[in-house]
Design a protein around this ligand. Structure first.
Ligand code: FMN
Length: 320
């Protein structure tokens, strides 16, 4: 089983990736949340905290770029090659309004003429294999066939398909599985599936339809950090190692960040991980509303709740 950890800005940073890799494994590639190169051709200190090789040593990582300008993309790809990376990922799926307003991320899907010209320049000069993470349209899945036609012209290392449109953001019930089928049937590029793989049975169903298909997981894996290991035939989530994982993360954040920043990081992560407990609504709310002073007490109350028998991400659970 080939499982990839989706990039998740604000959640799967270098500390999280390192801690997850040490405690759980089961992931063949961790994608680093996007870096957005500008005309200044320098990485910011924040970006370097994500991509510096020393921060990712021993972890199979793929950096991701958000760009609409081939020149900036190619500058960053050269820098990443110098750093020792073997692949770079292009994000043409980010649905955020501030990103698409600049014509980046899923905004690239609105202008296929520009996307084609961009890819043309990129693939003529790229120093690294380029994988692409895409959605299936901006407004409607009907745009997908034309998008695929553009993408299929290029030697894309892997095409990661999240079968939602930009307008669907991450809303439940909006996944368009048929669009993935279209890609699997008509496109010769190596594909990776991404979207709503929240529990083992979701992965089994995908593998039934597409045996051997690499799977990228985001929210489901942040919620249940043992999910990839379990899907690979290993053991499921266990209480003590879950607690140890939490404590190791918190300690690492406390070492690097202020108490307030560490609390804020942990709170975001725990809002997802709280879905792994049964009858924990009140305790989870306590974590959501905690402050740096009472966070540890709130976490103790959460870990006093029983683990769910089949831990699973739920959008309701995290109040989305
Ligand atoms: C909080 C958050 C941050 C994300 N950040 C990124 C990102 O930096 N780059 C990217 O390509 N996708 C990003 N995504 C999208 C995820 O990588 C993934 O495609 C999405 O969550 C769907 O997969 P899932 O259903 O397994 O969660 C983000 C999603 C969320 C919810």
């Amino acid at each position: 089983m080939d499982i990839r950890f989706a990039p998740m800005e604000g959640l799967t940073d270098a500390i999280y990736r390192r801690t997850h890799h040490q405690h759980y494994g089961g992931v063949s590639k961790y994608y680093i949340p996007f870096v957005s190169p500008t005309q200044h051709h320098v990485f910011t200190p924040k970006e370097l905290r994500g991509i510096a090789p020393s921060r990712n040593a021993g972890i199979p990582t793929v950096p991701q770029l958000l760009a609409k300008d081939a020149e900036h993309f190619l500058w960053a790809a050269c820098e990443l090659k110098e750093m020792g990376y073997a692949e770079v990922n292009l994000n043409i799926g980010c649905p955020s309004g501030t990103v698409t307003a600049k014509g980046k991320g899923a905004g690239m899907l609105r202008d296929l003429f520009h996307l084609d010209a961009f890819l043309n320049q990129v693939f003529r000069k790229t120093p690294l294999p380029v994988s692409v993470k895409t959605r299936i349209g901006f407004e409607s899945p009907e745009e997908w066939a034309e998008i695929l036609e553009v993408l299929a012209q290029y030697p894309i290392h892997e095409l990661i398909v999240h079968p939602r449109t930009r307008s669907s953001f991450y809303k439940a019930g909006t996944l368009c599985y048929d669009a993935f089928r279209t890609a699997a049937e008509s496109c010769k590029l190596p594909l990776v599936y991404n979207g709503d793989l929240f529990e083992q049975t979701d992965c089994e169903l995908l593998q039934r339809d597409y045996p051997g298909m690499p799977m990228m997981m985001g929210r489901g894996l942040v919620c249940n950090p043992a999910l990839a290991r379990m899907v690979c035939g290993g053991k499921g989530l266990e209480r003590q190692e879950f607690r140890d994982f939490h404590d190791a993360l918190y300690e690492a954040y406390r070492k690097e960040l202020t108490r307030e920043q560490a609390h804020s990081r942990m709170r975001e992560l725990m809002i997802y991980m709280a879905c792994c407990f049964d009858g924990a609504e009140k305790a989870a709310k306590g974590v959501r509303k905690s402050n740096p002073e009472n966070y540890e007490a709130a976490i103790n109350r959460l870990f006093d709740c029983p683990l769910a028998t089949a831990p699973c991400f739920s959008q309701k659970g995290i109040g989305l």
